[in-house]
Design a protein around this ligand. Structure first.
Ligand code: A3D
Length: 320
């Protein structure tokens, strides 16, 4: 049986880390694509030289031509520009919208059967634009944000409770940005919801509120420290978890930006919701019941995403 083929569009910080992780996990052969000549070739060769030490078999190839992604099973998109200190994700919209056009057309021409995972920011608007430009089915184009945001939430909760990150489940809803909605009552330690843990004296409401805020600001905290770019190790790990769930038909239930067509009362919008991901792509959107506060937060988040999509349509009227 032939190996899977994973195409990574964008060979920067996240793209290089994705290629390394795909190799380490033996997910398949990797094509690392970038518009900069030499960059994806150099990173691919470097990672390939780690294979004999790590003991993985995978072909790694750098590319500047979309023809090289032909037949890819999975395409992960990180092409574009990341934030610098003082910039919001939304400041990236103008440049990255144009990048999504080139990438969407490249995927449509050479890998139309792939599962596409977008990571480029501002995430929810970019995955919407990428889907429009590529014309792929909605269930085969999703955005990575929820896995990362919930991983940040899980880490901070595990540190607060003094327990293993493995025993903390958490998830966040809504857009990837300041309006994301971390769901406290669906977040647990070994099945015990966080509100119960507060009652048990494990933490206080104030401390949990601070953790929620730190999760919302999780990306900015790292941008502020790095100064020259944004987070890339955890974002790449999150993208690989989604790719693996698809390639292995695991039917994982993961939060991701998925296309809503009536679920949660929302139409034609990409926003973060729990999704069953398997060989059929985004197979099922899980509609959990939300209380009034959570629904209000989710609606606010959807409105913010809609505003960004409208801005994309202004940049390129063909999207309207
Ligand atoms: P960076 O290291 O700058 O890599 C981006 C790469 O894209 C560079 O190598 C560019 O040469 C390349 N590129 C630019 N234009 C094109 C094009 N038209 N076609 C192909 N390649 C192109 O950035 P990064 O890897 O740190 O981040 C990539 C993106 O992910 C940015 O938009 C970030 O904001 C975003 N990001 C998203 C999350 C989420 O959780 C959603 C987290 C972290 C970063």
């Amino acid at each position: 049986m032939a190996r899977n083929k994973i195409a990574l569009i964008g060979g920067g910080n996240i793209g290089g880390t994705l290629a390394h992780l795909a190799g380490l996990k033996e997910l398949g052969d990797v094509v690392l694509f970038d518009i900069v000549e030499g960059l994806p070739q150099g990173k691919s060769l470097d990672i390939a030289q780690s294979a004999p030490i790590e003991g993985f078999d995978a072909d790694l190839k750098g590319a500047n031509d979309y023809a090289d992604i032909a037949g890819a099973d999975v395409v992960i998109v990180t092409a574009g520009v990341p934030r610098k200190p003082g910039m919001s994700r939304d400041d990236l919209l103008g440049i990255n919208c144009k990048v999504m056009k080139a990438v969407g057309e490249g995927i449509a021409a050479h890998a139309p059967d792939a599962m596409v995972i977008c990571i480029t920011n501002p995430l929810d608007a970019m995955v919407w634009a990428l889907r429009q430009y590529s014309g792929l089915p909605h269930n085969k184009v999703v955005g990575m944000a929820g896995v990362l945001d919930s991983a940040r939430f899980r880490l901070f909760l595990a540190q607060e409770f003094g327990v293993s990150v493995e025993d903390v489940t958490a998830f966040v809803l809504g857009g990837h940005g300041d309006t994301m909605v971390p769901l406290i009552r669906y977040s647990t330690v070994a099945g015990i919801p966080v509100p119960d843990l507060i009652k048990m004296g494990w933490s206080s409401q104030e401390k949990i509120d601070a953790i929620v805020q730190r999760t919302r600001d999780g990306g900015a905290e790292i941008v502020g420290l790095l100064k020259t770019g944004s987070a890339f190790y955890a974002p790449a790990t999150a993208g690989i978890e989604m790719a693996e769930a698809y390639l292995k038909d695991k039917k994982r239930v993961l939060p991701m930006a998925a296309h809503l067509s009536g679920q949660y009362g929302v139409n034609d919008l990409y926003v973060g919701v729990p999704v069953v991901i398997g060989a059929g792509g985004a197979e099922r959107i899980v509609e959990i019941s939300l209380n009034d506060d959570e629904m209000a937060g989710f609606t606010k988040s959807c409105d913010a995403v809609r505003g960004l999509i409208d801005a994309c349509k202004n940049i390129d009227p063909s999207l309207a």
